[in-house]
Design a protein around this ligand. Structure first.
Ligand code: OFO
Length: 184
């Protein structure tokens, strides 16, 4: 039997609702962060990285909306987060992708915390819903690591940064549908 806080009107507890709203905030922050990074790359002439990040910003908004619908469908109230403290300036292209990776690692921790909570309160429906995010985070971290590897493999001297920008543009497509995540 589910928690006493789960009633005829709702299928998630207020505590689960709160955790999901925090995740909504994180996904909204992700979308805003990536948009800001995209703009910086665009302004610096890293057009492929910019496109990659513009696309990613849209994806993060979709992640946020998916949670919005889940929370409201479960009888909770999804809260539009206030977004502030967005970083607008970066020293290098490498710094942008280091920020992407560390941000995604934090998002993964947050997702894991929700799954752990759901397991403990036996909310298997939300746990099942969150599996999509578990898989997505694996992919997101992998792409960020592959992007950072390009800086080591290609090097930033000469036309290195130009080449890295081109390769970042191909990254998402080259990993799409890859079960192993190996870059083709
Ligand atoms: Fe929503 O996956 Fe990145 O943050």
């Amino acid at each position: 039997m589910k928690d006493a806080n789960v009633s005829l009107n709702r299928s998630i507890t207020p505590e689960t609702e709160d955790l999901l709203n925090k995740q909504i905030m994180m996904e909204g922050m992700s979308s805003a962060h990536y948009l800001s990074m995209a703009s910086w790359c665009d302004m610096k002439g890293y057009t492929h990285s910019a496109q990659f990040l513009y696309n990613h910003s849209e994806e993060e908004r979709m992640h946020m909306l998916k949670l919005f619908h889940y929370v409201n469908d479960a009888g909770g109230h999804a809260i539009q987060p206030g977004i502030s403290n967005i970083k607008h300036k970066f020293n290098t292209l490498r710094e942008v992708f280091e920020d992407v990776l560390s941000h995604e690692i934090n998002v993964t921790k947050s997702i894991n915390q929700i799954v752990d909570h759901c397991f403990n309160v036996k909310d298997f429906a939300t746990m099942n819903f969150m599996q999509w995010y578990v898989a997505e985070q694996r992919e997101e971290e992998l792409i960020a690591r592959r992007a950072l590897e390009l800086f080591k493999i290609i090097g930033e001297e000469g036309i290195g940064l130009w080449t890295i920008d081109q390769e970042i543009g191909k990254l998402e497509a080259s990993m799409a549908g890859s079960e192993t995540g190996a870059v083709k």
